[in-house]
Ligand binder design. Structure first.
Ligand SMILES: [Zn+2]
Length: 321
């Protein structure tokens, strides 16, 4: 018996998008398509000229999962002055979009200016809907609860009678207010039919998890230092991309003479190489691995002006590899 071609439902359309098919099969031609269908373990691509091709679904599912949970670069979700996510309430955090690091001068964009204005004020908003509408109105970022919200519905307490049977507590689920995550939540039963055990995720979840792990490894390293002062330290400076350029510039100096050592005891890390935002996670991981505590240059008074005064210093050495 021949298996029937089934049109894609909404969840399948999300998974088997043209972009994801192309990610899985680089030779995929996404023009002249008349329809996409599911059949057994395949995706059938029908063309306007009457021909069709079959693609196995597994690599496309992997591409969907990989793309949905991709890790954006370090500066993607830092607020003004390299600030990380800040806790709001109910186990939720405010995650700013990295407007300040988009390009030279992007700190003057309306959304970036609004971030600076709002950075410390979200704690004054008690209502989640208000927080989300403010984040959305200025395109500031997202409300995210990677460990699930600890929200208590007041009605559950105030409206409950003594004889009411308490409902089984629901396990807190991760949450992100972004469109991608919300769409997956909406389509979850269908997504799980296609990908058993699937749980919603997004690039913000991935970034947050990486950032949290980075902070905790860095704290552990600092705590292991005598008097919580690092002998081995690096200081980094990031200049966002010039207008029209794809990448910015990440500059790093290091010392083995203590985090407060005068500037003359610092050296440029691999001055012959050019680093940008895409290298940041890897470099920071390597620094910590080698016992060098990374600091934003603004955090160390002794070197905070170094990147203006010694942009081309000499005698590079390598503390990390
Ligand atoms: Zn998200």
């Amino acid at each position: 018996m021949e298996t029937q071609l089934r049109p894609l439902d909404e969840a399948q359309s999300l998974i088997y998008s043209r972009a994801n098919i192309r990610r899985a099969f680089t030779e995929f031609d996404d023009t002249d398509i008349s329809g996409l269908f599911r059949k057994d373990d395949c995706l059938v691509v029908c063309r306007t000229d009457g021909t069709s091709q079959e693609y196995p679904v597994r690599p496309i599912v992997d591409a969907f999962k990989g793309f949905t949970s991709r890790l954006p670069h370090f500066f993607s979700y830092l607020g003004p002055n390299f600030r990380g996510p800040s806790i709001w309430r109910n186990n939720c955090y405010i995650l700013f979009k990295g407007w300040h690091y988009q390009s030279q001068g992007s700190a003057l964009l309306t959304s970036a200016v609004a971030q600076s204005r709002w950075a410390n004020k979200f704690s004054m908003l008690h209502d989640e809907a208000k927080v989300k509408s403010t984040l959305g109105a200025f395109d500031l970022g997202y409300l995210i609860a990677p460990d699930g919200k600890t929200e208590v519905n007041p009605k559950d307490i105030l409206g409950a009678g003594l004889n009411d049977t308490p409902e089984t507590p629901v396990e807190p689920q991760p949450y992100c207010s972004c469109g991608s995550f919300q769409r997956q939540v909406q389509l979850l039963p269908q997504l799980q039919q296609e990908i058993p055990g699937y749980q919603p995720t997004c690039k913000h979840m991935t970034w947050f998890a990486k950032y949290r792990s980075h902070l905790s490894q860095r704290s552990e390293l600092i705590e292991s230092c005598r008097g919580n002062m690092a002998d081995n330290a690096t200081a980094w400076y990031y200049a966002p991309p010039e207008i029209g350029q794809p990448h910015g510039r990440l500059s790093i100096i290091f010392t083995k003479h203590g985090q407060n050592a005068p500037l003359k005891y610092w050296r440029v890390y691999k001055s012959q190489e050019r680093f940008d935002e895409t290298h940041a996670w890897g470099l920071f991981d390597a620094m910590i691995e080698q016992g060098f505590v990374p600091f934003p240059h603004t955090a160390l008074l002794s070197v905070s002006n170094a990147f203006k005064t010694c942009s081309q210093p000499s005698s590079p050495q390598s503390p990390v590899s």
